[in-house]
Design a protein around this ligand. Structure first.
Ligand code: CO
Length: 149
């Protein structure tokens, strides 16, 4: 009976740990047509940290078709994007030390890839969050819902 119980516990532990590991890691592609490959990204609110990989499957350089992955509340998207545009290329199109930014990757060009790990400490479960690209003119199309549920 003890052996069976132990085996059962180990089985459950291995299932839950592998599931938690994989679901806190997400990835998204972007391209030369100014698009993200997903309109929604979702991670469980049990994730203390999220690992996000952004790929740029296009060929255009960063100066022309740069993409990044920025997370804010949905209410802050417009203002953060506008301030980012003013901050310019030298700041990767984000106002330095912008406290409205909950997470942000580096800016990449065609063929590039970047991975970002961020803490979910500032996020509220079931909050209203949006991810977007802060390259000038991109956020109108390059945005999606970030679900933390
Ligand atoms: Co972009």
């Amino acid at each position: 009976m003890y052996k069976i119980t132990l085996a059962f516990i180990l089985l459950i532990a291995s299932i839950t740990s592998s599931k938690a590991f994989s679901s806190c890691a997400i990835s998204i592609d972007s391209n030369d047509a100014m698009q993200f490959s997903k309109q929604t990204l979702s991670v469980p609110s049990s994730c203390k940290k999220v690992t996000l990989t952004l790929n740029h499957t296009g060929k255009l350089p960063k100066k022309i078709m740069g993409h990044n992955w920025v997370l804010t509340t949905s209410a802050d998207v417009q203002a953060v994007a506008m301030d980012g545009m003013r901050a310019g290329a030298k700041n990767n199109y984000l106002k330095p030390n912008d406290t409205r930014v909950l997470a942000a990757s580096e800016l990449i060009g065609g063929g590039g890839s970047t991975t970002l790990e961020f803490s979910t400490e500032q996020l509220k479960a079931k909050g209203d969050y949006t991810f977007f690209c802060s390259f000038p003119g991109h956020f109108g199309i390059m945005k999606g819902q970030f679900k933390f549920v």
